[in-house]
Design a protein. Structure first.
Length: 375
């Protein structure tokens, strides 16, 4: 059997694709791959099965044989001819003039250009076996379609291999749409380009930046009001506040997001994280909550904040207090909170909204609309 030349495969190729090719084309056993990569055999098996199931995707079914033929050593198999029958893994039509493998520079250059277009509303990538290139088409409000980008077939193969696009409708003309991984990759590319243009000398953190959405807000300090830059995507509540329903209204009103941030500010000021993570039931029920002494002098800012958090959670009660504590203070995602509390899927955001409405009422009834002041 011909041997795959690992060095001839592009560097951008995901490791899971390499494992699949090593197993299906080179015949390397799953256990041998697991020992070589330092992984469990079941992990390699899941990777192989995942890509085998994706062979129903026409673009993926073209890309994998193209990689295999690119990585084969002709000297290892002198009898191999160009008219040799295609592997049984290939189920869809592959053009006779198989395109070259996309290099990393072309992938980054074309990735930024094409992914920008795919990220637009109503945009899809269309490709057919008898076409040399793929096109990005966007549906306009008047019912017409506009071609916004053209890309080489090899670039489209790379998009599928890196999970940047997913097949929405296979057929004579297959259509693809951008995935969450593709949007994250686009954000990394754009941030990297901005840093390069600005000449930043600091070490880049592209995989951290892809999860950040920067915004500004006004805060008060000793010098008066000032604007600060903060990460909108850090809090699950802030992300929900940016989502809108069919009528264009935000799912969480700004007042509810402000109430969540107020609870989080007190939580951080009180430095309650480690103790709450170990045993936070005491903040939802009666009992001793610490040795708070009003007449003890200075340094009572954290204690006051601790008392405000406990009072807010007591007012919310079990259930509502749990989801507010997890999402507003621990910054847990809604899916994680739902699983840990045994709730039905997609029910957490409704409960969280009810909790924030009651939390806002608690702050207004207890401190007024202008308080409490932290510290």
């Amino acid at each position: 059997m011909p041997e795959l030349t690992v060095a001839s495969l592009p560097d951008w190729l995901p490791a899971a694709v390499r494992h699949y090719l090593d197993h299906t084309e080179d015949g390397t056993s799953l256990r041998e791959l697991a020992r070589r990569e330092g992984l469990h055999a079941s992990t390699i098996l899941r990777q192989v099965r995942r890509f085998e199931n994706r062979r129903e995707d026409p673009l993926m079914d073209e890309a994998l044989p193209a990689l295999s033929r690119h990585a084969l050593r002709p000297s290892d198999d002198p009898a191999r001819k160009d008219d040799q029958p295609m592997s049984v893994h290939t189920r869809h039509c592959v053009p006779e003039d198989q395109p070259a493998i996309c290099d990393e520079q072309a992938l980054v250059r074309e990735g930024m250009r094409v992914l920008r277009r795919l990220a637009e509303p109503g945009a899809v990538m269309a490709i057919a076996p008898d076409l040399e290139k793929a096109v990005v088409i966007r549906d306009l409000p008047d019912g017409k379609s506009l071609r916004t980008a053209v890309l080489e077939r090899s670039v489209a193969h790379a998009f599928a291999l890196k999970d940047w696009v997913t097949c929405r409708k296979p057929g004579r003309v297959s259509t693809y749409e951008i995935t969450s991984a593709g949007r994250a990759a686009l954000k990394r590319m754009v941030d990297e380009e901005d840093r390069r243009r600005q000449g930043m000398a600091e070490a880049a953190t592209p995989f951290g930046e892809q999860h950040r959405v920067w915004g500004e807000r006004e805060v008060m300090d000793d010098g008066g009001p000032r604007r600060v830059r903060y990460n909108l995507a850090e809090s699950p509540v802030a992300l929900l506040g940016r989502r809108r329903d069919r009528d264009g209204k935000p799912f969480l009103e700004p007042e509810l997001v402000a109430a969540a941030e107020r609870l989080r500010e007190d939580f951080e000021l009180a430095q309650m994280g480690p103790r709450v993570a170990q045993n936070w039931d005491r903040f939802l029920t009666g009992g001793d909550r610490g040795a708070f002494q009003p007449d003890s002098g200075l340094g009572e800012g954290p204690s006051s904040a601790r008392g405000r958090v406990a009072a807010a959670l007591r007012d919310l009660g079990p259930g509502l207090g749990d989801v507010a504590l997890r999402c507003c203070c621990f910054l847990e995602g809604l899916e994680v909170a739902e699983k840990r509390m045994g709730w039905a899927a997609r029910s957490g955001k409704i409960v969280l909204r009810i909790a924030l409405m009651r939390l806002r009422r608690h702050y207004e009834d207890t401190y007024g609309k202008s308080g409490p002041l932290i510290g």
